[in-house]
Design a protein around this ligand. Structure first.
Ligand SMILES: CCCCCCCC/C=C\CCCCCCCCCCCCCC(=O)SCCNC(=O)CCNC(=O)[C@H](O)C(C)(C)COP(=O)(O)OP(=O)(O)OC[C@H]1O[C@@H](n2cnc3c(N)ncnc32)[C@H](O)[C@@H]1OP(=O)(O)O
Ligand code: FAD
Length: 662
């Protein structure tokens, strides 16, 4: 397969003719610089020229087992193709290119993310030396086995035990109940021969809480399950059915002492426990994955937006003016209102993901030299951004589907698959409500610390009890972001007041927390969105010095739309705390409608700049050439039901019914 850019239809040609900015420059910004664009394209070209990486038949027509095997075929081919061409799995992860190909969750995704990240982040030097080369060269294949039938969210409630036997210098892993069965881990069912397993550590009869262990599950030659282990696949799910999510039970299964991950906490041969510097360091892989998921969510949202915006420029329906030709549906203001705020969200998430990655890198460097003080802020930021990014990507993807009318419901649009894949992101790696409550905990603590005169970390410094008054005019970007900040400060102050009032009236702090938790989740959501607005404004203003005026103008408009939309969504709070008045809101609403019309003109060019090729979009509605109807028709011809004019079902059921004397 070679990269051929086809002629596009007249509608898209006209749209592209209106582009007032340099698309390549915007592409570079989204990729993180021209070098990264070039690298991504090199990888893509190599993938496109490897036909084995593509589906012969749409996975929709395959059985569960065949879907799994097909995805495994592509995943293994991807790894060997990368390796042969001098790239690594990590290049495919960081450029997003691997995810374009491996559609639906795939049997190696947990290996190249959480399994390898745990080895890198939780091993002592000897363990690293032993396991990393094996895992990087795929000599062992692993997953991250934490969640159980009975507990996913509450890690401290896990029931799997790892009891140290100092006579043999082994841990005995055991699943004491049905609810202790590990349940859900991707690639656990049939693919993995190893797993990193979270289990309660027991030393001399005392429980030391959840710790991580490297456990071999299957023989490396025969791939048969080892004695003392029961493992299998959990059955069909809403989406991601080309993965083999699995279950796992241990029956007094023994592993060596050296298989406990010992970078942060240790067990000595005689069974003594050495505490970590921070009790949550063993949750590090989860934090890292949340950082990655913010990127992942923004990428999936961008696919849906490319599809829906190109389709909206090609689709003509109804009459705007009686007797006139049917307009492109993108000309309807309601259609613009459905899609363009999500386009702005994609950019906002992309810039925030980058800012979060920097915090992650900085905090990790600090941990290396024993500095733990940035960990709570990283935990709060990564939890909040993971929750907002996946919530918004899921909502945005579904709006994109709805904006495509009936054809958005077709599998061949690829929107249903994008939706079901990203929908899981709300639940996995920390259910979003639960993560927001972690953020809220940090906000309340920070607010109280500020009342006691303490200095707050950067992401919450705007919460200080006496903030400097904003000098920016209200209707400027900065002024509106300051108004949003004032709204969050008011919400957090109100939450703290309600908590205190409940405690003062005799409730326990925990009961008070539960009684305020709806409001607390709203605080966490609003705080995270305030952070996103700040990152977006900062990024656009920094870029202003280096990019061409056309690109800067588009980014400025997208940023403005994001902020205006957010102010309207938060109107109730902002009015209550006096940050804006009704008159300002009316003019903000009017400006938003005006901005929708302005951005509509270049919407197709903006999604073109995201630069996802047709072979990766895999959509009949979103292809570059806009040849929508021909593609939909051709895809339908591939339905196995069309192989014969009369199906077996007719002879078996329909005909007998028609012949029966009812
Ligand atoms: C240029 C381009 C660059 C691109 C770069 C991209 C980077 C790529 C990186 C990675 C690639 C990934 C790609 C992603 C692809 C997507 C596919 C991924 C597939 C993932 C599959 C999903 C896998 C899973 O689901 S695994 C299971 C996940 N499970 C969970 O998340 C469980 C959630 N629960 C918890 O985390 C915890 O139970 C809890 C936090 C809810 C509560 O914990 P706890 O009970 O122990 O604590 P407390 O509530 O009592 O709190 C006490 C105290 O501790 C603080 N705390 C809690 N957690 C942490 C933490 N992690 N770190 C720091 N501190 C923490 C808490 O705030 C409290 O603090 P106080 O001060 O208030 O006391
Ligand atoms: C597709 C998919 C892939 C997965 N892959 C893996 C994997 O590779 N490895 C792995 O270990 N796990 C994996 N998981 C499991 C996943 O991490 C858990 O499902 C997730 O952490 C949520 O936990 P839970 O299922 O126990 O939900 P629950 O905690 O039971 O959530 C149910 C409801 O209870 C609410 N709730 C729970 N606790 C609280 C609280 N404290 N306060 C308020 N509300 C609360 C939640 O908000 C939610 O509404 C995967 C899950 C899915 C769906």
């Amino acid at each position: 397969m070679s990269v051929v850019v086809p002629e596009c239809c007249d509608d898209l040609k006209r749209e592209r003719g209106r582009c007032l900015f340099n698309k390549e420059e915007l592409t570079n910004i989204l990729d993180g610089g021209p070098k990264l664009t070039e690298k991504r394209r090199r990888i893509e070209k190599m993938l496109i020229n490897t036909p084995e990486l593509f589906d012969d038949v749409s996975p929709d027509y395959l059985s569960h087992e065949d879907r799994y095997s097909n995805e495994l075929r592509k995943a293994t081919q991807l790894m060997t193709t990368l390796e042969k061409n001098g790239f690594t799995y990590n290049d495919a992860v960081t450029t997003g290119t691997g995810l374009w190909l491996l559609m639906d969750g795939n049997p190696l995704s947990l290996h190249i993310s959480m399994f390898l990240d745990t080895i890198k982040g939780q091993s002592n030097p000897q363990q690293l030396q032993e396991w990393l080369p094996l895992a990087e060269k795929f000599k062992i294949i692993g997953t991250y086995a934490q969640t159980e039938l009975g507990h996913g969210t509450f890690v401290r409630g896990l029931e799997t035990t790892a009891t140290y036997d100092s006579t043999t210098k082994e841990f005995v892993l055991h699943s004491p109940t049905i609810t202790a069965t590990k349940w859900w881990p991707g690639a656990l069912g049939k693919t993995s021969n190893h797993a990193v397993v979270m289990a309660q550590l027991y030393l001399g009869g005392k429980c030391y809480g959840p710790h991580i262990f490297m456990v071999q599950l299957r023989d490396l030659e025969t791939h048969r399950t080892l004695p003392g282990i029961v493992v299998g696949e959990i059955g069909p799910r809403l989406g991601m059915n080309s993965n083999d999510n699995g279950f796992l039970q241990f029956n007094h299964h023994r592993i060596p002492l050296t298989n406990m991950f010992m970078k942060h906490s240790q067990v000595t041969e005689d069974g003594k426990y050495v505490k970590p510097l921070h009790s949550k360091l063993s949750y590090g892989t989860m934090v890292q994955t949340r950082v990655g998921i913010v990127y992942h969510a923004s990428r999936e949202l961008s696919r849906a937006l490319i599809i829906a915006i190109r389709y909206s420029a090609v689709r003509h329906q109804s009459e705007m003016v009686p007797g006139d030709p049917e307009p492109q549906i993108l000309d309807y203001q309601t259609q613009q209102y459905k899609l363009l705020p999500h386009l702005a969200s994609f950019f906002a998430l992309r810039f925030s993901a980058r800012a979060l990655l920097e915090v992650f890198i900085g905090t990790s460097a600090g941990l290396g030299s024993g500095k733990m003080n940035m960990l709570p802020e990283l935990h709060a930021l990564s939890s909040g951004l993971k929750a907002v990014a996946t919530n918004d990507a899921v909502k945005g993807t579904d709006i994109c589907r709805l904006a495509c009318g009936g054809h958005g419901y077709l599998s061949s649009s690829n929107l249903p698959r994008i939706y079901t894949a990203i929908a899981a992101g709300i639940t996995y790696e920390g259910e979003n409500t639960v993560l927001f409550l972690q953020v809220a905990r940090y906000l309340i603590k920070s607010f109280r610390a500020s009342s006691q005169g303490q200095t707050l970390p950067f992401s919450v410094s705007y919460l200080r009890v006496q903030p400097p008054s904003s000098h920016a005019p209200l209707m400027s970007d900065r002024g509106l972001v300051d108004a949003l900040g004032a709204g969050v400060r008011w919400m957090v102050g109100e939450a703290e007041r309600r908590l205190q009032q409940l405690v003062d009236s005799g409730h326990s702090p925990h009961a008070a927390w539960n009684a305020c938790s709806v409001h607390l989740v709203q605080c966490a959501d609003a705080h995270t969105r305030y952070y996103i607005c700040e990152q977006f404004v900062d990024a656009v203003s920094k870029l202003g010095e280096t990019v061409s005026s056309g690109v800067h103008e588009v980014l400025r408009q997208l940023c403005r739309l994001y902020i205006l939309h957010r102010v309207i969504q938060t109107a109730g709070i902002l009015l209550r705390c006096g940050a804006v008045d009704g008159k300002a809101l009316t003019s903000i609403e009017e400006e938003e409608c005006h901005l929708l019309a302005t951005l509509r003109i270049q919407a197709v060019s903006i999604v073109d700049a995201i630069d996802i090729k047709d072979v990766f979009l895999k959509s009949t509605l979103g292809a570059w050439d806009g040849n929508v109807y021909q593609r939909i028709y051709e895809e339908a011809q591939k339905s196995p039901l069309n192989k014969s004019d009369v199906t077996q079902g007719y002879y078996q059921y329909l005909r007998p019914l028609m012949k029966a004397n009812l």
